[in-house]
Design a binder for this molecule. Structure first.
Ligand code: 4AD
Ligand code: MG
Length: 465
């Protein structure tokens, strides 16, 4: 069979590249089959776009195979492309040949028009065949492309940072261990595991971030970015946390926190613009079925300035809000989701960049402010999703960094000598941030659970498929 001559539905319906009356071969999965006395319809989707294409059969007696074709089957239909007589579609296929390639029986789980996202999570191996997950998957792919284009166009160099790492960048301690030691018979020394006998002759983990290596490369090459998977073993079962997620981390030499905030705002806006302009079919789908008004929201964000406030003013606003928060608002403690939501959804009704956080709640590498209490950190918070970007200006002064590492309990600074070396030799101010790719997709599509914007989510107690 000549599979190679197939036409993708996208090139017919979206790109209008195929002339009416030409012969086409369509290969795809059956979404619905209907037949009445005089006419039969086979509606097929091939994953190339949102739209299905409908094949029409006049004389059903000439196609006995029709009786065996059920929802979910894969089929080949060959026929003439004609303008559709029905409503809701531009074209249809007058079927001349119809072949059943792969049968599906009544047990095919996707029989209904709509299934709950919870139900679909349990059949993640099949859910990409639904409209929602087809759209999420396509927009994810296009956004990845847009991210590379954004940085490449601006001269940022794409860096591949290691996935196996011996350091804990965020100092959070939520790490997945990488080891070949037999857990039933570990080598011991002085009552402890002898990591020197492990594969890397040291403890090793999956990376929580590519930042530290990113800094090394930025201070050599100027502007760099990473885009890769990161891993966190924090046991938080929320709709916004995954144990494996993708992060985009630009790092700029010769840049201070203001430059970092400018880049973050511009980058996010360009991503939203790309989604609105280049993914309009998917966006219309999300606007209709997932989050009514999401297009309008994104359009407003693109054309307005993000609010920028210091952590100290954010605390003041929260204290004066008269809201009943579950977690008390106190200078020095981290902003909780409810606080982030108040700032973005009620107070400013748009993305908010909070900067200059207390030292105690942020990582060791952030640049100390002259007040001795705060550091040059910034988080971008957006309505509904909360923190979408975390970044900072890095501490480039060797003596200050050494003091900070000591006070944060990062003993054995020999382990970090390579990180200190770029401060020892030709140090320069530099800044960067990390955008959580899944959180960005949630924000853009209106999808409310992180498990539904990555094909095969990894979360506590779930690594199936
Ligand atoms: O704020 P985070 O922890 O910052 C860093 O990792 C820095 N090293 C980045 C840098 O400056 N280069 O993480 C950055 C972003 C968060 O704002 C959030 O969007 C996302 O990564 N993120 C998660 N996304 C999904 N699941 C999780 N468990 C996440 N943890 C962080
Ligand atoms: Mg953060």
């Amino acid at each position: 069979m000549d599979y190679s001559k197939r036409t993708k539905i996208r090139s017919i319906v979206v790109d209008d590249q195929v002339e009416v009356n030409s012969d086409v071969i369509i290969l795809g999965l059956v979404r619905t089959v209907r037949s009445s006395k005089n006419v039969g319809f086979v509606e097929v989707n091939d994953g190339s776009c949102m739209n299905n294409l409908q094949g029409v059969i006049g004389d059903q007696s000439a196609f006995p195979v029709l009786d065996e074709i059920l929802t979910g089957a894969s089929v080949r239909m060959k026929g003439k492309l004609i303008p559709s007589q029905g409503k809701g579609q531009k074209y249809e296929i007058e079927i001349h040949e119809l072949d059943l390639i792969g049968q599906a029986d009544e047990s095919y789980p996707l029989q209904k028009k709509r299934h709950s996202f919870e139900f679909l999570r349990d059949i993640a191996h099949l859910r990409a065949r639904t409209n929602t997950f087809g759209a999420v998957t396509r927009i994810r792919s296009k956004l990845a492309y847009a991210i590379h284009t954004y940085y490449q166009d601006r001269g940022f160099i794409y860096i591949h940072t290691p996935i196996i790492s011996a350091s804990d960048c965020e100092g959070a301690g939520d790490l997945f261990r990488v080891s070949t030691i037999d857990p039933l018979d570990p080598p011991m020394i002085d009552g402890k595991i002898d990591w020197d006998k492990d594969f890397f002759a040291t403890e090793a983990f999956l990376a929580v971030s590519g930042q530290l290596e990113g800094e090394l490369m930025a201070t050599a090459l100027g502007d760099i970015y990473t885009f890769g998977p990161t891993f966190r073993a924090e046991n938080s079962n929320t709709a916004r946390h995954a144990s494996e997620f993708w992060m985009i981390e630009p790092e700029m030499a010769w840049a201070e926190l203001e430059d970092d905030m400018d880049l973050a705002e511009d980058f996010l806006k360009e991503l939203l613009k790309f989604a609105l302009n280049e993914c309009s079919d998917e966006m219309e789908f999300f606007n209709k079925w997932v989050d009514k008004g999401v297009i309008d929201t994104l359009e407003k964000v693109v054309s307005s300035e993000f609010e920028r406030i210091s952590y100290t003013s954010a605390i003041k606003i929260l204290e004066e809000s008269n809201e009943k928060f579950e977690y008390p608002v106190k200078w020095g403690s981290d902003l909780q989701t409810e606080h982030e939501r108040y700032l973005t959804e009620k107070k400013f009704k748009k993305p908010v960049i909070v900067y200059d956080y207390p030292d105690e709640i942020k990582a060791f590498y952030m640049r100390e402010n002259d007040d001795g209490k705060t550091v040059r950190a910034m988080d971008v918070l957006v309505p509904r999703v909360g923190e979408i970007i975390g970044g900072s200006q890095r501490e480039e002064r060797l003596d200050v960094l050494q003091r900070r590492m000591k006070s944060k309990g990062l003993t054995g600074s020999a382990d970090y000598q390579w990180y200190l070396d770029i401060r020892k030799y030709g140090s320069c101010p530099h800044s960067g941030f990390g955008l959580g790719f899944e959180r960005a997709i949630m924000y853009i599509t209106g999808m409310s659970n992180i498990r539904d914007v990555i094909s095969f989510p990894r979360v506590p107690r779930w690594a199936k498929f």
